[in-house]
Write a protein of this length. Structure first.
Length: 310
């Protein structure tokens, strides 16, 4: 039985990951500010191996107290995505960078860190991005994650860094600002999708597969300690237009390709996932099946707040 602290454990990936860790018999502590409420925890909150702490990663004293006694720190707490970061740069910097600094300063010898970074750190890439490709983030979000990666690599702590593909799929703490989730919502409720830069390529990863990397890394620590890994699957590389067309196979809607708009992250490239695949990690949910799942829940999702991070 491992003792695991999950910062941001009430978030999009955390609410998928935590019940899986509990099923594996671990003791789990969620540390979260609950800015989106605690309802996503209700399905597993009764588990006796779960501890819930309301706190902010910007509170160094509270973080230090929360980190004590844990074998693993899964650091998910962040302001995620360039729109949310651009909307409040001060909050983004303090939560993403200073919050990570607080976690690192709180950690003791022998504790292990699993850190959620992003493919947005690559910026504009020609060709295929590998873990050795120089990173050149173009947005505040990407720069925040780059700064955290460098901060972590400069410590003496044991760690693994994950650069995630664009995640999609349902979650107890649903997000509709993610590209596939947003497209599906627009197709279901508005009967149209408007896209720009439809030729830009993205690699997608289902939310359950994103969560699965954490127990995988724990069981492959000798091979992954100190490493940086792209997390995704090359079979899930689609242009934005192709992704929208996958939805059109399942729903009737109007697709409009706009000649305006741009992606500040310039995410238009393929990513090499062979480093992780050689260790045995394999994404299990493809885009088509993930869209089926999204249609099922989004069709009955009645919302007033659009469940967006920004």
């Amino acid at each position: 039985m491992e003792r695991i602290l999950v910062t941001g454990g009430a978030g999009y990936i955390g609410t998928i990951l935590v019940p899986e860790l509990l099923k594996l018999g671990h003791k789990v502590t969620i540390y979260d500010n609950f800015m989106f409420g605690a309802a996503p925890l209700l399905g597993f909150s009764a588990n006796p191996n779960l501890t819930i702490i309301e706190g902010d990663v910007r509170d160094a004293k509270a973080v230090k107290e929360a980190v004590k006694g844990h074998d693993w720190i899964v650091h998910l707490a962040a302001i995620v995505g360039y729109p949310a970061c651009a909307a409040d740069p001060v909050r983004a910097n303090t939560v993403n960078v200073e919050g990570t600094r607080n976690v690192l300063n709180a950690m003791e010898k022998g504790q292990r860190l699993l850190y959620a970074s992003t493919g947005s750190t690559y910026g504009k890439v020609l060709g295929i991005a590998t873990e050795e490709t120089p990173i050149n983030p173009l947005t505040l979000y990407g720069r925040n994650k780059r700064d955290c990666e460098e901060m972590i690599q400069a410590t003496d702590h044991e760690f693994t860094l994950f650069r995630f593909a664009t995640v999609f799929g349902s979650s107890p703490r649903m997000r509709l600002d993610l590209l596939i989730n947003d497209f599906t919502y627009q197709a279901v409720h508005n009967k149209q999708i408007v896209i720009f830069e439809g030729h830009f390529r993205r690699t997608f990863l289902h939310s359950m597969d994103a969560a699965a990397i954490y127990p995988f890394a724990m069981s492959h620590w000798d091979q992954m300690n100190g490493g940086t890994f792209n997390v995704g699957d090359e079979t899930m590389n689609y242009t934005k237009l192709e992704a929208a067309q996958e939805i059109s196979k399942k729903l009737d809607y109007y697709l409009h390709e706009a000649d305006f708009g741009s992606d500040p992250d310039k995410r238009d490239y393929e990513v090499d996932y062979s480093k992780l695949k050689k260790l045995g990690y394999q994404a299990k949910i493809n885009l088509s099946d993930g869209i089926d799942e999204l249609i099922k829940i989004i069709s009955v999702l009645k919302i007033h707040n659009p469940l967006r991070n920004a």
